[in-house]
Design a protein around this ligand. Structure first.
Ligand code: HEC
Length: 207
């Protein structure tokens, strides 16, 4: 008698799906290898049982509300599309940085224990380039997007828009890109020219 027909003849098969599955897996892993046909037949059987179980309770959830979608829809384009109202200066940003960032990014963004956020200018061609938001990132708007969505690491999405604008302004100032008293907002940020803005090749798919 083949393994498959023995499997199908077990009386607990029809009455106890769980047992049937366990039996199948035991055969899969502990018996000598099954022929391709038997293996195929058992896989079809198992998938059938799983689909059957799923059909009993679909539990597909519900449609997300516009408010829930808006909370996730926070991407900022390179040209500033999607930047919210609010503003901040480097001076205000220094206070945010000292309260919420310095522990991980060091005094004036010098780094340690985590990423260095200032300096590295002119090192990209070196053996060991120092990539910071100042030396490497092509758009100031991306710093806003990133900080708002991901920082502080241990409390992401906790900053107000003014706090994000301020701390971004502070990072730009630490990198010598804007003056200490310059106000950064949705109109100004896209106009900030980053030192490495031309350092990336444009990828044109299939052209
Ligand atoms: C608990 C530690 C922690 C705190 C607090 C924290 N960061 Fe970070 N930050 C990190 C880590 C870790 C990374 C690297 C994450 C990665 O590469 O995925 C990072 C990355 C960054 C980067 C990107 C650096 C790069 O060049 O890729 C920026 C910008 C940044 N943080 C800004 C901030 C700001 C602004 C604050 C305060 C509002 C802050 N971080 C607070 C741990 C922290």
């Amino acid at each position: 008698m083949s393994t498959l027909s023995r499997f199908l003849e077990r009386d607990d098969f029809s009455s106890n799906r769980h047992h049937a599955l366990t039996y199948y897996w035991r055969m899969m892993f502990f018996r000598k290898p099954l022929s391709a046909f038997r293996h195929h037949a058992l896989v079809v059987l198992t998938v059938g049982l799983i689909c059957d179980a799923a059909a009993e309770s679909p539990k597909l959830g519900r449609v997300a509300t516009p408010e829930e979608l808006a909370a996730w829809d926070i991407s900022i384009g390179p040209e500033g599309a999607g930047l919210p109202p609010g503003s901040g200066t480097p001076r205000q940003g220094e206070a945010v940085f000292m309260a919420k960032c310095v522990a991980c990014h060091g005094e004036k963004g010098a780094g340690k224990p985590n990423d260095q956020l200032a300096g590295g200018s002119g090192t990209l061609g070196n053996q060991a380039p120092v990539k910071t938001v100042g030396s490497f990132w092509p758009y100031a708007t991306t710093i806003f997007d990133y900080v708002r969505r991901a920082m502080p690491l241990n409390e992401s999405k906790s900053l107000s828009n003014d706090e994000v604008y301020s701390v971004v302004a502070y990072l730009l100032h630490l990198n010598g890109i804007i003056d200490e008293n310059e106000t950064v907002d949705a109109r100004k940020l896209p106009k900030v020219r980053m030192p490495n803005a031309d350092g990336f090749a444009t990828f044109t798919r299939g052209k």
